[in-house]
Design a protein around this ligand. Structure first.
Ligand code: GCU
Length: 615
């Protein structure tokens, strides 16, 4: 599409040029800072921007790029309102544009967008009164996949990665009275993305979690870590990081219920180290998910947190929670919303999903294959469900591409720094079902050591593929060296063999480490019945479980399991009409909450604790 320069000759050009000056001043002159992590952002007072946003679907991204693919200075981010006599056409109007709800993926909100992959513009007006000595951040819970943000026409940040929260400084862009924010969100899949082209989940696009404005004082607490020491009994340790702290700023952590706490000086690196004794602390566990109010202060800034205190570690092939061996009775969960489907984000979504884990007799959930919402992690803390949290290094990334490693590192940092104070999270998973190649191993070893140094209080794992020699399954992927706990996926009875094949399957494990079977199972259409040899029936799926559990129980160092999976979820790889209808049907429960027979087979084993060697 030629810009008015080409067609409309000199006079139009002159008029346009003068207009352009104001755009440049408004848009690109301001260098957008990189977004930051704000630990506990959901615990801060915030002005919500959730609700209806104006939306423009822009498959050719012509709202940002010109016909010569140069970035526009007067793109849709200017939210320009056409005026009579303008010497150029304005071919968009957010005022008249259809609405989309935020938080929410666009796919399940509009039939025409169910398969849409590309850029969508979203605009929201808001009123704001700037305050002295106050920073304002635009908090985004998640935006899938690549997103750009402008406030009042000024670019404020850009982000890549669909499952971690980020915060854009907008202090210089807002003004008193009415303001507007424009987001461009693009869920186009690319070879060098994380995850990349192939996933077995629907590529839900949009502002999929809450969006709000958060105010903080000039010196503010951006990250903190408060946890129970593994090595010293009755000691809380960690740190508080303060941005903009003047020399001599003190950071303080208080646990009023325990009349315990400490104050420490913030160093040149913005960090204050914590180390203090507590008496009478009740440790967090799935049976007793005790949370304490923890007040974190520095300068004028305060964060009121809710934290559970527990330790997790390995000892040989044991996983120890609070020093005692534990067996993780679990199930995998995708962030698919129960009943309404689409990307899950709400407290209700979380409580429904984790409520089913509890009903199953479970104490553990593998949140697959990407970081889930803070609402899910808060619910896991509250309800007492141990969590495996995963970075979306899924299947075959471009492991040789340093740009891809940087993206995976960025997402890992955001995941850990946002969610490090959740007692429920005991495992950081680096990857799922990646090909066993040296470049892959090196890539993930880099991530594993990064995670270990960022958070030495949790266990590092990954879901590995296994191979076979005859009826012996072998777990010896070299990546296992870099892990504290080995996860492995197997689908005996579904993708290979028959359910009964499990009865004669032996397991050979190359590592003296705790093992978790991170995926097993098969598909069934809820309500479809037949005999147990008929694939897709509930009886067939239940039969897989009946043969899996005794087989898994024979693996001496098995310390946990997460069946694939709790609830059916939308997937582009599942077209079988009348059965899958674009849903992966390996759920123990359908997306409409119908429990399948296999749910009760696993529930019986979990409730009677007939599974697992270390109870
Ligand atoms: C894989 C993969 C899952 C997938 C599952 C399946 O193991 O990790 O993401 O959904 O198998 O095939 O159902």
């Amino acid at each position: 599409m030629p810009l008015f320069f080409a067609r409309s000759g000199v006079c139009a050009a002159a008029a346009a040029a003068s207009l352009l000056v104001s755009f440049v001043a408004g848009s690109t002159a301001y260098a957008a800072a990189a977004p930051i992590v704000l630990t506990g952002a959901d615990r801060r007072a915030a002005m919500s921007l959730d609700g209806e946003w104006a939306s423009i679907v822009d498959p050719y991204f012509s709202g940002l790029f010109s016909f010569h693919h140069e970035e526009k200075k007067n793109g849709f981010f200017m939210n320009y309102k056409a005026k009579p006599g303008d010497p150029f056409p304005t071919e968009y109007d957010f005022g008249k544009a259809p609405r989309l709800k935020v938080p929410g993926d666009w796919n399940t909100q509009r039939e025409s967008l169910m398969y849409y992959e590309g850029p969508v513009w979203l605009e929201k007006d808001f009123t704001y009164e700037p305050k002295q000595q106050t920073h304002v951040f635009l908090h985004v819970g998640a935006a899938n996949y690549h997103s750009w943000f402008w406030v009042n026409g000024q670019k404020v940040c850009e982000h890549e990665g669909g499952f971690t929260s980020f915060n854009c400084e907008i202090t210089q862009a807002v003004h008193a009275g009415s303001n507007f924010v424009v987001a461009a969100v693009d869920n186009t899949r690319d070879e060098d993305n994380v995850p990349t082209m192939q996933t077995d989940w629907w590529n839900y696009g949009g502002l999929t979690r809450d969006v709000s404005l958060i105010e903080v004082p000039e010196a503010f607490i951006d990250q903190y870590d408060v946890h129970l020491s593994r090595t010293e009994e009755g000691v809380i340790e960690g740190w508080v990081h303060v941005t903009g702290a003047g020399a001599g700023t003190k950071a303080e952590v208080q646990i009023p219920e325990l009349k315990a706490g400490s104050t420490a000086e913030v160093g040149a690196d913005g960090r204050a180290a914590l180390h203090f004794n507590v008496k009478g602390l009740e440790r967090w566990s799935p049976e007793k998910p005790k949370l304490y109010k923890v007040v974190i202060r520095a300068g004028q800034d305060t964060v009121d947190e809710l934290i559970g205190f527990r330790t997790v570690e390995t000892r040989g092939t044991e996983i120890l929670l609070n020093g005692k061996p534990i067996f993780l009775r679990g199930v995998c969960i995708h962030a698919e919303a129960p009943y309404r489907t689409g990307r899950a984000y709400s407290d209700k979504d979380a409580e429904t999903l984790l409520g089913w884990v509890k009903e199953l007799g479970g104490n553990f959930a593998r949140l697959a294959h990407y970081p889930h919402a803070e609402t899910m992690l808060r619910a896991a803390d509250r309800m007492g469900v141990l969590v495996w949290s995963e970075n979306p290094v899924y299947w075959a990334l471009q492991f040789e591409n340093p740009k891809v490693l940087a993206k995976a590192e960025q997402q890992l940092d955001e995941e850990i720094n946002t969610s490090r104070n959740h007692a429920a999270i005991v495992l950081w998973s680096m990857a799922n079902e990646t090909p066993n190649t040296p470049v892959r191993t090196q890539f993930i070893e880099t991530l594993a050591s990064r995670a270990r140094s960022a958070d030495p209080t949790r266990l590092i794992t990954a879901a590995l593929l296994v191979h076979a020699k005859g009826s012996t399954k072998i777990i010896d992927d070299p990546l296992g060296q870099a892990l504290d706990v080995i996860g492995f996926n197997e689908y005996i009875g579904w993708y290979e063999g028959h359910p009964e094949s499990a009865d004669t399957t032996e397991w050979q494990v190359a590592y003296q480490k705790p093992l978790i079977v991170s995926e097993f199972g098969g598909e069934a259409k809820a309500g479809l019945h037949g005999n147990e040899t008929e694939r897709w029936t509930e009886e067939f799926q239940a039969n897989i479980y009946r043969h899996q559990l005794p087989m898994l129980n024979k693996i001496a160092q098995l310390r946990g399991m997460s069946a694939w999976l709790l609830m059916d979820f939308r997937s582009p790889n599942r077209p079988l009409t009348g059965i899958q209808d674009e849903f992966n049907r390996k759920g123990l429960i359908s997306e409409q909450g119908e429990k399948k027979q296999a749910f009760y087979v696993l529930q019986k084993a979990y409730k009677e604790q007939t599974i697992g060697n270390a109870k």
